[in-house]
Ligand binder design. Sequence first.
Ligand SMILES: *Cc1c(COP(=O)(O)O)cnc(C)c1O
Length: 225
Amino acid sequence: MVSPLDISQNLSRLKSMVPAGIELVAVSKFQPIEAVKAAYEAGQSLFGESRVQELIEKEKALPADIRWHFIGHLQTNKVKALIGKTVLIESVDSERLLSLIDKESASAGIDTRVLLQVHVATEETKFGFSPDELLEFFREKRYKELARVKLCGLMAMATNTADMEKVRTDFGRASELFREISLHLAPELEDFKILSMGMSEDWPIAVEEGANLIRIGSAIFGARY
Ligand SMILES: *Cc1c(COP(=O)(O)O)cnc(C)c1O
């Protein structure tokens, strides 16, 4: 792991660059507890994890005022364990998963805030709703069936490429969908306000394209092992 001092310096450099009003999730997946602690002590209290087991272990070991986002592919058999541990599940990638989160939240007697992950990259391997599926879901107002899930916005990843114009196009598409839903298809969804996009390599473009939540890992913690 990189030193606590480096983590703290990386964080302050990043924060000085990120415009006001943009929330920063420090992506701590695969990083040791000590790395999270170093970032926490440098003032960061919002972290992102991509595996349920890892999130639960870190949540137990670290200060209770840390807020956790789940950002990885969520397997249906892990939903129950995750409910109640997060302030936001960013990576809901199917209606089946959405219904299950709703059901488990109801059993637990709590509300769960989520983002829908939209697939705008041109890679086969990325999870998420296709733009058409997403629009249909909102046009048909199928979210009205949800009792305990709060739909808070969209999460997207751009194509993994050095071609920054392609990255911009992908983020632009997600941004367009976000506006279409929040302004026209479902303006009654009061919590639908978050557009999560941008990682270490591409966050400035994401912000230019309208992101208000960015998810940064390696630029804070160094490489993952
Ligand atoms: C790992 C990950 C990140 C952070 O990636 P970096 O390139 O290390 O900043 C952001 N979002 C998601 C969904 C991730 O899985």
